[in-house]
Design a protein around this ligand. Structure first.
Ligand code: MG
Ligand code: ZN
Length: 226
């Protein structure tokens, strides 16, 4: 970076309607805490899966559901702006699936989850997976009440995907690096991605997967303590 580089850093208070946003985030957090209480009361473990469009969230969920559905009673809440593509894929595995179409919103919020869980009989469930809207920015700011948050990045997103999204990595319990079979073709160093994740969030577990073949899914199940 040369000295001619002009960089504008947006400071807190310089963004429009910052107060409205803070109220919104606070309201979301309160609702997320309430959601968590509901889940705990019914003994349901809830796992929020975040990641960009195309990172492999749905493929990973399909593999998880396939391996876990004999042992646990599972439901999946799938968030998407307009389509039901992901929910349709998961439904084929014979588990209860709810689609949330967010319209203009690029993330799920705790109120949407509250509405979705009203349609589920939580007493008849052990695990609820939530597939968040494909986006690595704002889902970080909107906890949903889940017990664990997974962030999925794929090597096809390039070598800087993790370093460029520190906020969501910081909030993750597990970082999944997917499509590792394509690392060589993409000239992406998986070990560097692991290092980046550990540097940003030393507490996060990092799991490498190839969701197509199923490689690494057992490690992810172990990381989830399921
Ligand atoms: Mg998906
Ligand atoms: Zn958003």
């Amino acid at each position: 970076m040369g000295e001619d580089m002009d960089v504008i850093k947006v400071e807190e208070g310089e963004m429009l309607e910052i107060e409205i946003e803070e109220d919104l985030l606070k309201a979301n957090e309160q609702l997320a805490n309430a959601n968590r209480k509901i889940f705990d009361k019914h003994g349901v473990k809830v796992i929020d899966v975040m990641g960009s469009i195309g990172s492999g969230k749905t493929s990973i969920l399909e593999k998880l559901v396939g391996k876990l559905k004999e042992k646990y009673r599972i439901a999946v809440i799938a968030g998407d702006v307009t389509t039901t593509i992901d929910a349709d894929r998961i439904k084929r595995h014979g588990v209860r699936t709810i689609q949330i179409n967010t319209g203009n919103e690029c993330h799920l919020d705790a109120l949407m989850i509250r509405r979705a869980i009203k349609r589920l009989n939580l007493d008849e469930l052990d695990i609820v997976f939530i597939e968040n809207v494909g986006n690595l920015i704002c889902p970080a700011d909107f906890p949903l009440g889940s017990h664990r948050r997974i962030v999925v990045v794929s090597v096809t997103e390039g070598p800087y995907m993790i370093r460029k999204h520190p906020m969501i990595i910081k909030g993750a319990d597990i970082v999944v690096i997917n499509k590792i079979d394509l690392a060589e073709a993409m000239e992406v160093d998986v070990n560097q991605l692991i290092k980046d994740a550990k540097e940003i969030n030393p507490k996060a577990e990092v799991v490498c997967t190839n969701a197509k073949s199923g490689e690494g899914i057992d490690n992810l199940i172990k990381a989830l303590q399921l």
